[in-house]
Design a binder for this molecule. Sequence first.
Ligand SMILES: Nc1ncnc2c1ncn2[C@@H]1O[C@H](COP(=O)(O)OP(=O)(O)OP(=O)(O)O)[C@@H](O)[C@H]1O
Ligand SMILES: [Zn+2]
Length: 696
Amino acid sequence: MPYYQIAFPNFTQELVYYKVQANTSCLIGYRVEVPFGKKQCIGIVIQKTTDCPLDPTKIKPVKQALDEFPILNTYTIKFLKQIANYYQLPINTLVGLAINQAVRTAPIQFKKQWLKANSEKKPKTKTQIEIYNACLNSANYWELYAQYTAKTLNKMIDENYLSAAQESIKQTTPNLIELSSEQTKVLDNIKSSFIGTHLIWGVTGSGKTEIYTHLIQHVLSQKKHALILVPEIALTSQTANKIALRTGVTPFVIHSQLTPKQRIANTMLIQTTQQPMIILGTRSVLLTNLVNLGIIIIDEEHDDSFRHNSQLFFSARDMAVLKAHQEKIPVILGSATPSLESIHNATSGKYDLHHINHRIHTTLPNIYLIQHQSKQLFSDQALEKINHTLDTKKDVLIFVSRRGWANVRLCLSCNWKARCSSCQALLVAHQDDHLHCHRCRTKIPAPLDCPQCKQSELVQFGYGTQQVASEAEKIWPTNPVYRFDTDQTPSTINQQFKQLEQTTGNIIIGTQMLTKGHDFSKTQMVVCIQADQGLYTDDFRAEENLLAELTQVAGRCGRRQLTGNVYIQAKNPNHPLFQALTQPKNQYTQSLLDMRKQYGLPPYTFLAAIFIRISAKDIPHINQLTLNDYPGCSVLGPIPFPSGNRNHKLCYQITCIAESRQTRANALLSYRTLCQAHAKSNWEISWQIDSHFAQS
Ligand SMILES: Nc1ncnc2c1ncn2[C@@H]1O[C@H](COP(=O)(O)OP(=O)(O)OP(=O)(O)O)[C@@H](O)[C@H]1O
Ligand SMILES: [Zn+2]
């Protein structure tokens, strides 16, 4: 007896068995409406099997598919299973991400529809006329659905104003720019085999994006789709505009801030269009159901944002490499500061490495390291240069690693520091007179006097973006000041990027959001304040990350004719990391790699971490949990991991360091089982493979 195993991403972890009706066509990948308990629910058929461990008489049959075509193809299902297997995640949750919330629950039937206006019947209402006109040359139902209601559209079809049509193929004219000889060499090398993983290690402003546009055009001309991932939503519109300008094809932009309706429309458009498309978005776009993919490009491949860091932990970059391998297409990883893992993979021959050592229009910026201990925001040297830069109508970018007003609020008498009651993180003072927890988003009114000793008023230290913006407005009252951080809405951010182009002598203040990818045309100077702040954390990748961040932010200036200037203010500018910014790029990287090898850390070993969140009263119980080394895998912990504290629960971490991926997978499974057996019912257990949070 054959059975379907069906995913219900909203409410189950496991696949659920249903009977296959005799003489029905195969429904793998289809949405189906099935009885679940007392309700009718929408599930997605993932696989067919003849083995079912349950009592067959209790298994209900699948009635029928909801739509005219499968919502997931067999490639995508196979890919989701591979991710689930590698990261030890429930397939259900991945299916949920792949088809997104909107499609999971939409009871409307999805049809492959192209529509054409009926020349013999003209509508009268304003909306109907608009739709009718949009269909004069045939239009996709889902493109219209993004703007109008399904009711209006269906009524027009029922009343014969619109009828089914063939897909209209849009003619496009590419307008690629001529590449430099260095760029051409990279392009030709990649095109010569057009398969495998390619790492483009090109300095900031070396024209990697232009190489991508040539590669995308190549794929479109082969009638295939191109998928490009960027790390931040803030980068999508700039990249989409550049690609559209060069290829003549407007990319489909997909990210988490689209409305449910836009998401349904986009998901369905991709399913119903044959014409070669460019799909651009952030990490979860990698799970989009596509056929006929010709290339995957991961821009800023080193960026942590490609790691899906919610409960569902996976690296979109690493999985892109897997997907490309599975589909026998090339994957391009591009960065001015590649991750040590990718450099290791490239130098050991697993990836093809392509260097670009020069900028197109100019040279790399001059870097000035400045020792700065004083409480003043800017050193004298930086201040003088900022004044000069603004006088010449150029822009200055000030990089601040923290959003908010001040980093800590504390009492100088008793040393009390404001901490989050829920997760114990230090609270950050904001302009709204509240203290915010950046870890769990709790916020409380800022106390004025010390709640502990009640002896004195509290003081605060450290500069956040809001305070820097306010200072800048005071020092340069006539210059436009723009602040970029995640306290602002995406639309404000987009608007500010547009405004920047219209004004001159701008002061641009921002966090990590500004460090990567942006191609500023007038920014001539970068100032990094409190540059050593990111250095002292418990993540063994801290130095790698800070080096990348500073190199990237330095790379935002002097991208046109004039060489830029970068002022790095730090307490200890003699730290080798800062010195490395002024030296050839691979020397310091090699020393970091050597250190990783010496201490047995990735990429020379394989890490996994288990996180256990418990109530404070269970500390003695977790301390009784002892784990022994597994053959080929050593284990540390459980030890307290304060950065993981959430919702009044304390986080403990167990780190596994294995010799191979397979050993790690086996060891993790075994440790997870032991943890589950020891856990109390209210403990939350999660895990990460290729974790970034292991303590060194
Ligand atoms: N061959 C070329 N001819 C003329 N201009 C070019 C060429 N290649 C790139 N440029 C221009 O140089 C600038 C920097 O290029 P691009 O943004 O592609 O660099 P990038 O390597 O992606 O930089 P980053 O790593 O800093 O994001 C852009 O304005 C781009 O249009
Ligand atoms: Zn908190």
